[in-house]
Design a protein around this ligand. Sequence first.
Ligand code: ATP
Length: 446
Amino acid sequence: MASDTVTMDKIVALTKRRGFIFPTGEIYGGLGSTYDFAHYGVLLKTNVKNAWWQAMLQERDDIVALDSAILQHPKTWEASGHLAGFTDPLVQCLGECKRRFRADHLDEGQTTCPVCGGELSEPRDFNLMFETTMGPVKDAGATVYLRPETAQGIFVNFKNVLQTSRKKPPFGIAQVGKSFRNEITPGNFVFRTREFEQMEMEFFVPPDEAPRWYDYWKQARFDWYVELGLRPDHLRLREHDPDELSHYSSGTADIEYLFPIGWSELEGIANRGTFDLTQHSQHSGEKLEYFDQQTKERYIPAVIEPAAGADRATLAFLVDAYDEEEVNGETRTVLKLHPRLAPVKAAVLPLVRKDGQPEVGREIVDLLRRHMQVEYDEGGSIGKRYRRQDEIGTPYCVTVDHQTLEDRTVTVRDRDTLAQERVAIDALPGHLAGRLAAPWRSPKLG
Ligand code: ATP
């Protein structure tokens, strides 16, 4: 296994320093475990989400998109079981520190506080849904919840989508959006926050095909992370033990990544059977089933769900990409991100801020920006500018020098190999597009 210098602290520091992720409300002292995405963080996370959409929509024709509301009808959460059962067992230290813990995160049977040694309270169920009020009157009828997952918005739209999409099982509905959970112990940067983005897809299949599609989606989702450059030796698929399974699930597996905090869930894939559509049928009185015209068969489809977190995936890509290495006696920090995910694809840098170089640089930026996210930078020494681009993971630096003014060529510096190549300005869009689309594997694999 490659030796890793990365720590969570280094990722937190780099993402703050370079403008990826800021703590929310920092000028007011911060709002615990809540983060704002800054320029490069937005570009990176958008690329992650777009890669997910591409795999779900563009590369196949059996999945359609949905963007349902964050505030769903309260009955949704009754039917789904979230109102009664979306709880974590909360224990509180009765001693000095008064800290709260998830009982299932402590050792079994533990009765003392792991921080101060005080006595722990009995566990009590704590519902993770955020409650708010709809309309001007605060009474029981006005209580609504911020969705704790995007999936239920898909199930309650099943009939509408079926009627309008001209799809039949097996087919899927995909959604990306914010979810909210009042986690007892958020933490580890954006790994676990109370407000986060999910990328979920519900795949509806004839019940007897569910085991096959469950296996299919476990593999497909694992491969997605590998294709986007995560090192395979830092990824694993862990099948849940029968006693870990939710009441509705006949199979759940986690794709886990070796974060600096250890192996942790990146995405869950579950065989949810017919639980969700059955529940919503019963609670709404609407038939949520499929009628097969050919076989004249009517059935409630089973559901296979790959559920990923956009923030958690972004963190995994950052962690996997982070590297420090010696170059000419100096340490450089570099994000070896897959070029598809890199926030900026190319930076245009005039060697000096004179002799017509800035003008040609700006001309090149205009040429490239129709094809990719580019950045122009003329401030500071060239070495400092390369280091800045390395730290935000820019795969290519295009440098304008005195020769450019003579023969209209520039150098293209490769982030990973540091090799420089001379390329004609006119050929630059095609040259970079070709290199960006070429197969890529993490240089950290050696
Ligand atoms: P965990 O066991 O980590 O609490 P979970 O099993 O409850 O997660 P799911 O309900 O399966 O998670 O959610 C699917 C995905 O959504 C997770 O794999 C993760 O990537 C993401 N996710 C869930 N909760 C959070 C959170 N609090 N912060 C960031 N991402 C989250």
